[in-house]
Design a protein around this ligand. Sequence first.
Ligand code: 13P
Length: 337
Amino acid sequence: MDISELVTTAQALVAPGKGILAIDESTGTIAKRFATINVESTEQARCDYRSTLLTTPNLGDHISGAILFDETLRQSTPDGRPLVEVMQEQGIIPGIKVDKGAKDLAGHPGEKVTEGLDGLRERLQEYAELGARFAKWRAVITIGEDIPSAACIEANTHALARYASLCQESGLVPIVEPEVLMDGNHDLDDCFDVTEATLRSLFAQLYEQDVILEGVVLKASMVISGSTCEERASVDEVAQATLTCLLNAVPAAVAGIVFLSGGQGDQEATEHLDAMNRLGEFAWPLSFSYGRALQQAALKAWGENRGNQEPAQQALAHRAKMNGLAAIGEYDPAAES
Ligand code: 13P
């Protein structure tokens, strides 16, 4: 393992004004997204859509890396250029989702554990040969009555640490993603407590498995009111609570922190990131790794203009630019129109 290369890649993923495009939806999830625009999810349609996104002119200005699903790493544009090559030309680092999804945790109703460790070493080696330089593994923590349990948090963070160690062995930067779901009527304080407990457990497990934190990027969920909570915390409250939680639980050695959007509106996700970066400078850069909050407008435009890539590419370029500004605390909502 070349540590300096891992560190260089991790730092490049969170370079100033840049963040990550998450287009690693599993076949099941992308079918749900396509259903919202009445498009059937065939291999060709998925390839057309993701080629459209990745060939967006100058996407690399604000996008440092993109997380792909297994299928996409092997696909080419309609005119025959491998997508990995397209990304390299754009200065976008190829990444790969390697977990096998969150499954029901035995003995713990309502809770999930992420699978995918068996055979992971061999898969990572193949992904590295195909051009991937970083990977992602998502764990899911649900807030509800009497959950999450300590068992659920530990099972998930242990798996994240085993995954991270295997990634570094193969020369890939692990993005570790313990997502605390927004689903539910919990308030900001509940989300804070669960997020802090999860992060503390995660870093204890990473330490136990000898993972090099300088070569890790944390993909975090924000500390935010549950989606059906009646009293919603303001942008400033979310920014302050999220930052306090991270400062309490995330070692300074971590290369960077990127956020998932988790069901937030496009502009809301941008505003939250911007508000955090306006609070000061911290040990780690704070940026984005959005899926829905980067793609929503582009997906709609693509569905409405099949055969004309431009509207979708413009929509993606716009959100990438807005979030790039938020990553340095220089976003201005007036620039939205
Ligand atoms: P969202 O931003 O849509 O939550 O997706 C990010 C992601 O990659 C979740 O694993």
